[in-house]
Every structure is written in structure tokens, then in C-alpha cells.
Design a protein around this ligand. Structure first.
Ligand code: BGC
Length: 471
């Protein structure tokens, strides 16, 4: 083992899981009656995705899911967070259900249960049926109702075996990248007009929670991306700009779900429709809240209109009330993201302070890092020591948040496999398992072995701390 890290103690029932999403791993985009998704269309736009790559084959999980479930079983995780492909289940988003599509997830869920891995299902991880997009997509209020219909179909079929449900993954990223800036599907650059798409996703969340409960499903939450926002300096202009940004990327997405209101009247005023009634629907009681964490953001007051957001280094339009600036002084992943484990502790304690008793138990529904891992060496090993460090340090941050009173119940690694990293394509590798994209061979990395050793030790010693052997 490349590194030995003591893992701080976690309760026996703390859930260790891995995560992935349909378009990023399944491939088989024209098989089994699947319809087209907005990502199929977006990938066909010249220049939209690095090197012109797409999810057409991805990791071929659609055909190799048994092998992938066996990898999860051998890893020893408690749960697997998967997403269903909406166009595989309902090809045009609104018409008849495609039996072959639903059957695939039925087989996958059976395979997971037989392996002792609890399925945790996301209904919408960004792959909207193109037919719904042609009707306005998330800018059209009706799409929220379509998602609730999907919830009913999937909930009735899989609800007897699925242990956790989440209608949405990261509405903030789908809104900002997909609808405000145009660098993800569906490629719309609407600026602040994208908030309407955020509102409709949140409405879809609320309606889907209701639909899932009506279908007899329980243990429902959301997987939402959150991170601390820091002002670049102590100056009042930077502090104000950071506050505005924080409201947009964090609280616009959490407050409606947990408190039934938007964090600022100015934001709600940009929306159309019966917003107050919608907020009552959005704020369905949840069994848990999922936080996806990657990196904190630093914000300065707007300067000359220059500024980029996130690792995609998207040029922002001029006239915005904030300017993201790079966070200096930390190591970075090979994707260029600063590695700041304490940011995870910080956002969790911010949630504790902001929401108090309105915050249900929390899961870390994603945490992970991309390194440009080499192919397996002569010994068949991928020595990804930095990924081991990353997860050890982020788990320690989770433990620190728990010690500070945050009720965290689990941690899902993004991702079980290297996969299609959206507009960045295949170069960014987040997996515990290496994928050779020529042969589609899977090779567990050292980080997989590290988690496996930890989880094995935990199974044999359920009395106390989860520790690596020898630590
Ligand atoms: C998403 C994943 C993505 C990961 C790394 C999250 O934004 O849910 O689909 O691959 O982060 O970028």
C-alpha cells in the first residue's frame, strides 16, 4: 500500500458508498430503445466537448454492469449511487415507457442487492430527453411534472429494493453550466435568465418527492453541490460580492428545499409562475440532505468584467456583480481544482448554523478528485497515492464536522470508475478503478485497495474505529 493513513472513527452504521451517473458510464446510447438525450446532441456540437469526445461508449457499463457490481462487492461498500437514464426509460420524456430500459435498471438493482450493495438512485443527473428540450426543457414548467411522472414509474418498479432516492443531482451546476453559461448541455447562455430553469428543477424535486412517497418509497433526499465562498480580501466590496455569489450558488438551491423560501426577494422577483405555491411544494420534508463537495470559491468585487468560473475557465459576461478569482496556496488536482479538505468541514458547519433543526441528517453524496493516472504498470498497479491522501483528508474533515455536531451519515466517492467527465471528456480520471478506453478493461487502483482494506478491517471490527490495518 502506498500510504498508511489512520481513518478517524465512524459509527458502525456510517454508509461508505461509491457514485456514478448514467451518461458518464453506460454507453449503448442507441441500444435497447433508448431515446436521444441533450448530452448526445451537445457532444455532437463541434468544440463543445474536449477532443470531440462523447458518452456513446463511455465505460460500456450497460453491457458490463455485472463486472462493475462485482468490483463494488469486492470493494466492500455499503451502497452505490447510480442514476437512471431518463431517455432510456421514457425515450421522448412524455410518451410510453420503454420496457427494455426499465428492465435494465431492474436487473442492475437485483445484481446490487445480490452483492449486498444498497442501490441509491438519482432520477435526473443531467441527461434530459432531447424531445423535452425541444419543448423548452427546464425553462418549461411542464418538465417538472414530467420528472414526477418518471419518479412514479421508477419508484413503482424499483421501490421495493432501492434504499435511498434523490430526484436531482446538482441543480446549481446544471443551471449555471447548462443554462447560464452554455458550456454543458443544453448549451444555453441565458445569464440570470437561467434562474427559471433552477426554479423548475426545484419544483420537479418537490413534485418527485411527493410522487415517490405516493409510490411507497422512503428515505428521500437530494444531491446538491455546495462549497464555502470566501471574499478575496477583507474589503467591503469583496465581502459584498462574495455574499451575492454565495446566495446564488448555495442558498438559492438549499433554502427553497429546506426552508421553503428563496434567500433574497431580488432573486425570487426574477421568476415567473406561482412562486409561493411552488415553494410550498419544493419544501417537502426530506429524510436526508446530500452535499456534493469539490472546492471552495474565492470571489472579488467586479473589476473590468474579466473573470472565469470553475475549472472550465469559462469567460463570464461583463456586468456581473462578482468576479471569481483563483484560490492560491493549496495543492491542486490534475484538473486544476484546489484541494481544501477543510472546506468540507466548513460547508457542513455552515449548514448546521444556517438551518439548525431544519437540516435533516446529511450524506456526502459526492467527493472526489481527478488525477491523470497512468495506465497500469508492469505489476498491474495504478499507484494513485494522491487520491488516497485526498479521501483520507476529506474523511477526516467529515469526522471533524461530526465532532462539531453535524449529523453526517455517509460518504460516497466520486467515482467507482474513471468515466466521461462531461465537457472535459475522458482525460479527467476520478475513478477508484482505472478504465482503459481502448479495451474497456477495468483495473482497481491503489486507492481502491486502500478503501477495500479499510472496509474489510471495519467489517471484522465493528466495535469501534474504522482503521486501516497496521495504523
Ligand atoms: C457531478 C459529476 C461530475 C463530478 C466531477 C459533479 O459535478 O455530479 O457528474 O463528474 O462532479 O466534476
Amino acid at each position: 500500500m502506498a500510504a498508511q493513513h489512520p481513518i478517524p472513527g465512524f459509527p458502525d452504521d456510517f454508509v461508505f458508498g461509491v457514485a456514478a451517473a448514467a451518461y458518464q458510464i453506460e454507453g449503448a446510447v442507441t441500444e435497447g430503445g433508448r431515446g436521444r438525450s441533450i448530452w448526445d446532441e451537445f457532444c455532437a456540437v463541434p468544440g463543445a466537448v474536449a477532443r470531440g469526445e462523447s458518452g456513446a461508449v463511455a465505460t460500456d457499463h450497460y453491457h458490463r454492469y455485472r463486472e462493475d457490481v462485482a468490483l463494488m462487492r469486492d470493494l466492500g461498500v455499503d451502497a452505490y449511487r447510480l442514476s437512471v437514464s431518463w431517455p432510456r426509460i421514457r425515450p421522448d420524456g412524455t410518451g410510453p415507457v420503454n420496457a427494455a430500459g426499465l428492465d435494465f435498471y431492474d436487473r442492475l438493482v437485483d445484481e446490487l442487492c445480490a452483492a449486498g450493495v444498497t442501490p441509491a438512485v438519482t432520477l435526473f443527473h443531467w441527461d434530459l430527453p432531447q424531445a423535452l428540450q425541444d419543448d423548452g426543457g427546464w425553462m418549461n414548467r411542464a418538465t417538472a411534472e414530467r420528472l414526477a411522472e418518471l419518479a412514479t414509474v421508477v419508484g413503482k418498479r424499483l421501490g421495493d429494493r432501492v434504499g435511498m432516492w434523490m430526484p436531482l443531482n446538482e441543480p446549481v451546476v446544471h443551471t449555471l453550466y447548462g443554462h447560464a453559461l452554455g458550456v454543458h448541455a443544453p448549451g444555453l447562455a441565458l445569464g440570470f435568465g437561467a434562474l427559471q430553469a433552477a426554479h423548475h428543477q426545484l419544483l420537479g424535486h418537490g413534485l418527485s418527492v411527493q410522487a415517490l412517497r405516493s409510490a411507497g418509497c422512503g428515505n428521500i433526499g437530494i444531491a446538491s453541490n455546495h462549497a464555502p465562498v470566501h471574499p478575496a480580501t477583507d474589503g467591503p466590496a469583496d465581502i459584498e460580492a462574495a455574499d451575492v455569489y454565495d446566495h446564488i450558488v448555495n442558498w438559492t438551491f438549499a433554502d427553497p428545499v429546506l426552508l421553503g423560501k428563496y434567500p433574497a426577494d431580488e432573486l425570487a422577483a426574477l421568476l415567473t409562475g406561482p412562486v409561493d405555491d411552488d415553494l410550498a411544494t419544493i419544501a417537502q420534508p426530506l429524510d436526508w440532505y446530500g452535499v456534493n463537495y469539490y472546492e471552495p470559491t474565492v470571489i472579488a468585487a467586479p473589476g473590468d468584467g474579466a473573470g472565469t468560473v470553475g475549472v472550465l475557465e469559462v469567460d463570464l459576461p461583463p456586468g456581473l456583480p462578482f468576479a471569481p478569482v483563483p484560490l492560491q496556496g493549496y495543492p491542486t488536482t490534475d484538473f486544476g481544482w484546489p484541494i481544501v479538505p477543510d472546506g468540507l468541514r466548513e460547508i457542513l458547519t455552515l449548514f448546521r448554523d444556517r438551518f439548525g433543526s431544519a437540516l435533516p441528517p446529511v450524506y456526502i453524496t459526492e467527493s472526489g478528485c481527478s488525477f491523470h493516472d497512468p495506465d497500469p504498470d508492469a505489476d498491474g498497479r495504478v499507484r494513485d497515492t494522491r487520491r488516497i491522501d485526498y479521501h483520507a483528508d476529506h474523511l477526516a474533515a467529515v469526522r471533524a464536522a461530526m465532532d462539531a455536531g453535524v449529523d453526517v451519515r455517509g460518504y460516497f466517492v466520486w467515482s467507482i470508475l474513471d468515466n466521461f467527465e462531461w465537457a472535459a471528456g475522458y482525460r479527467e480520471r476520478f475513478g477508484l478503478v482505472h478504465v482503459d478506453y481502448d479495451t474497456l478493461d477495468r483495473t482497481p487502483k491503489d486507492s481502491y485497495r486502500w478503501f477495500q482494506a479499510m472496509l474489510t478491517a471495519r467489517r471484522t471490527d465493528r466495535n469501534g474505529d474504522t482503521r486501516l490495518p497496521g495504523s
